[in-house]
Design a protein around this ligand. Structure first.
Ligand SMILES: Nc1ncnc2c1ncn2[C@@H]1O[C@H](COP(=O)(O)OP(=O)(O)OP(=O)(O)O)[C@@H](O)[C@H]1O
Ligand SMILES: [Mg+2]
Length: 177
């Protein structure tokens, strides 16, 4: 059984132009992060990108790992952090899953050297430190921003582009307000 997701009230303005907040949650523990991943994985399709932002230790890799395991239907799948490889890919049958950690990206040209350019729009792509891509990040995307609070819970905001995006519509079904 997955833990219930705790919605947060709307208290602050969207941080990205034309990418409003479509959902916000308080995640008291890892199980709550896993529950969010399970809901999101159920609506992801090949060609979707999930951008994961937040400071060191915010929980981005934990969420990516839970998403990959949910997409693969393999709860015990080893999912190492791509801290040094920068990208790691998985075969989920209908789609590949690419997990990227761009913290150590040298220069923006490396994005195509890593094959990420080609993966965007084809695979399910999960990207930690997506600010390294800005402003050219994929548009069939959502941005999940995670913050660690003093009580060790995580505050999560989901941003999505407003106009005509299939992923945004699907995410709204995963997280109805
Ligand atoms: N909702 C949560 N409540 C408490 N702890 C959590 C929650 N979600 C994740 N964590 C824990 O936070 C720790 C740091 O998480 P993680 O390594 O995923 O951070 P990160 O954002 O990827 O950091 P980095 O930028 O350094 O890669 C892990 O021990 C993880 O289990
Ligand atoms: Mg990480």
């Amino acid at each position: 059984m997955t833990a219930p997701l705790i919605p947060l009230p709307e208290t602050d303005a969207p941080a990205l132009p034309n990418w409003p907040v479509v959902a916000r949650f308080s995640l008291p523990n890892e199980a709550a992060t896993d529950a969010l991943a399970t809901r999101l994985a159920a609506v992801l399709q090949a060609g979707d990108t999930v951008l994961l932002s937040g400071s060191l230790g915010a929980g981005k890799t934990h969420l990516a790992r839970a998403l990959i395991r949910a997409c693969l239907g393999a709860p015990a799948e080893p999912v190492p952090s791509p801290t040094f490889t920068l990208v790691q890919s998985y075969d989920a049958g209908a789609s590949e899953i690419w997990h990227a950690d761009l913290y150590r990206l040298g220069d923006p040209g490396e994005v195509s050297e890593l094959g990420l350019d080609d993966a965007f729009g084809q695979a399910i792509c999960l990207v930690e430190w997506p600010d390294r891509l800005a402003p050219d990040w994929p548009q069939e995307a959502v941005l999940i921003h995670m913050e660690r609070l003093p009580d060790d819970s995580r505050r999560v905001r989901v941003f999505a582009p407003q106009e005509g995006k299939s992923l945004t519509a699907r995410v709204l079904t995963a997280f109805p307000s």
